[in-house]
Every structure is written in C-alpha cells, then in structure tokens.
Design a protein around this ligand. Structure first.
Ligand code: ZN
Length: 210
C-alpha cells in the first residue's frame, strides 16, 4: 500500500478550491487532514493576506490603548513592549484601513483585538513575536470559522484565543467588522485598484528588534 502523498482538490475555509496535499496516514489521518484543510484558507488567500500586511508605508494608525493590568514592574515592561509593537504595526494597520480588500478588514479587526489586550503578561510572553502575516492568517481564520475547530492548535499568542477566554463581546465585535469574509460562499475578490501606489521602498519601517 503506497501511502506517500495524496493530493486532492479541496474546498478551503475561504471557499476557494485548491490542491491540498494530504500527508497523514490511514483513514483517520486522512480525515483529520481534511478537517484541517477545510478549517484553513487556501494558499492564494494566505499570500493575499501576506501582501496586505507586508511593506507598509510610513503611515500611522492611532489606537486607543487600555491600561495594562499586572504587577507594577510587569506593567511597565509590557507597556514598553506594546509601544514597540504598535510602532511596528501602526503603519500596517493604516495600510489595512485604506485597503478595499475584504480580507484587509478582517486583518484589521485582528490587530484591533490584539491592542485591546490589557494583560501585561500577554505582552511579555509574546515579546519576541512579530505579529506578522503568519499571525494574521491564524487570526483571520479564527474569525472566519463559524464553528470552533479542534484541528488547529490553541496559541498563547492569539488575540482571538485570548478574547474567547476573557470576553466574547470583543470577538463578536471583531466578527461584525470582518463580516465581509464570514459565513459566505467564497471570499470576495479584492476590488482594489491599487491607486497610484508606488512600489514600496525596501524598508520604511523603523522596525525594532526586541
Ligand atoms: Zn482562498
């Protein structure tokens, strides 16, 4: 029985059908691969989200930050980390806000959830995390799912997971904001006309390495 690699056309969370490569063995492995494939977006949507958050202009997005909770020294450390994160992600949020892509609204909602997190320890534990496209894809997939899934690991860096445990009204608000990509047959195309956007300069962001 050759069980090396089976690829098949699979309908993904975004409604697109793409070639998914099944690698787990046996019937149950195949089943869990299928569940995973249908709970995640297609390669093209991953790439699309990546393009939306990469190479932002120098824009800035003002975010109302909640007071942090925790022990005094933890709070001051976390404040610092959060500020650095916001300096890096503010331009990304500004870029997302300008975009006409429905996936951008979902990504923006994910970053909004992130900056609502008041727990000092969350920021400290995730101080090395870039909150980049991989993070965004994970969060947007969470927002898009109409049912919870057990096939995706829970992540301590996820704003969605944080709020699903702390306060579901934050999730509900994010789902409203991202409604263009939730509970639909297929994620709509980006109607962007990328108006006179010059090729983004290699590095405008004053990125900070922690
Ligand atoms: Zn897709």
């Amino acid at each position: 029985m050759s069980n090396a690699h089976i690829s098949s056309m699979t309908k993904r969370l975004c409604g697109h059908i793409d070639m998914y490569s099944f690698s787990s063995k046996g019937r149950s492995g195949r089943r869990s691969d299928t569940l995973y494939a249908t709970a995640t977006v297609c390669g093209e949507c991953r790439a699309r989200l990546g393009r939306l958050v990469e190479h932002p202009d120098t824009g800035f997005f003002p975010v109302a930050l909640p007071a942090l909770a925790g022990r005094e020294n933890a709070v001051s450390w976390a404040k610092d980390i959060r500020l650095k994160t916001l300096r890096k992600l503010g331009p990304v949020m500004a870029q997302l806000k300008k975009s006409q892509d429905p996936l951008a609204t979902a990504a923006f909602a994910a970053y909004e959830m992130l900056f609502k997190i008041p727990t000092a320890l969350f920021w400290i534990e995730n101080r090395e995390l870039p909150f980049d496209s991989a993070w965004v894809v994970f969060e947007v997939e969470h927002l898009m799912r109409t049912r919870p899934t057990s096939t995706v690991r829970l992540s301590g860096s996820s704003a969605f997971v944080y709020w699903s445990q702390a306060d579901c009204s934050v999730i509900a608000a994010a789902k409203v904001a991202a409604s263009a990509v939730i509970g639909i047959d297929v994620v709509p195309e980006a109607q962007t006309v990328f108006e006179t956007q010059p090729p983004s300069p290699p590095s405008t962001s004053q990125s900070i390495f922690l």
